[in-house]
Ligand binder design. Structure first.
Ligand SMILES: CC(C)(COP(=O)(O)OP(=O)(O)OC[C@H]1O[C@@H](n2cnc3c(N)ncnc32)[C@H](O)[C@@H]1OP(=O)(O)O)[C@@H](O)C(=O)NCCC(=O)NCCS
Length: 153
């Protein structure tokens, strides 16, 4: 397994990015300022994008594994990779998601815990109603991971 950090032509991964965030103009808000990680084992399995929000606050903005490779541990490996990558400079990493028990279980199994919610986020920010497992997404649920060993130099 290897993880590449992609610095240019990030739109090349739009098919994957759209799996996690189905509105392209919302992806555009974070793609260029974010760091994109691409996980390969032989071929490309998935990607994630992380942005810096404040001095030691980061946010996992998008994570997607190709459908045929889901449920095989790649998503968790990618999260483990970015936790290690940001460990020294990150105090807290956030991730926001719709109120979808499956996705929330995934993040909790990766070490995040539920932090707060932004009411009506999906109604206010997306141009069409979105559904997950037949349920309309309304609020954004934020989860967080706190790191203990931030260097203060
Ligand atoms: C969410 C996603 C990134 C997870 O990646 P994955 O490679 O399928 O997940 P993994 O195989 O690494 O699973 C890791 C853990 O999460 C759990 N998990 C993964 N998908 C789950 C699901 N749909 N429901 C419940 N638990 C799930 C697994 O059971 C596993 O738990 P364990 O380590 O205790 O065994 C992937 O399914 C995906 O790309 N989905 C479409 C895009 C998307 O919705 N992205 C998130 C937007 S907020």
């Amino acid at each position: 397994m290897k993880v590449d950090i992609v610095l240019k032509d990030k739109r090349k991964y739009l098919d994957l990015l759209l799996l996690a965030d189905e509105q392209e103009d919302m992806i555009a808000k974070y793609l260029e300022r974010g760091e994109l990680f691409a996980l390969y084992e032989g071929d490309l399995k998935g990607i994630c994008v992380v942005t810096k929000e404040e001095e030691d606050i980061y946010e996992l903005k998008n994570i997607a594994i190709y459908e045929i490779y889901q449920g095989q541990g790649y998503g968790k490996k990618l999260v483990e990779y970015i936790f290690e990558y940001y460990r020294d400079r990150c105090k807290t990493m956030y991730v926001g998601t719709g109120d979808s028990p499956n996705i929330i279980s995934f993040y909790i199994s990766c070490g995040f815990y539920i932090s707060h919610r932004i009411e009506n986020f999906f109604i206010d920010n997306y141009d069409h109603p979105m559904f997950e497992c037949g349920k309309q997404l309304v609020d954004m649920i934020y989860l967080r991971k706190d790191f203990e060993n931030v260097k203060n130099d």
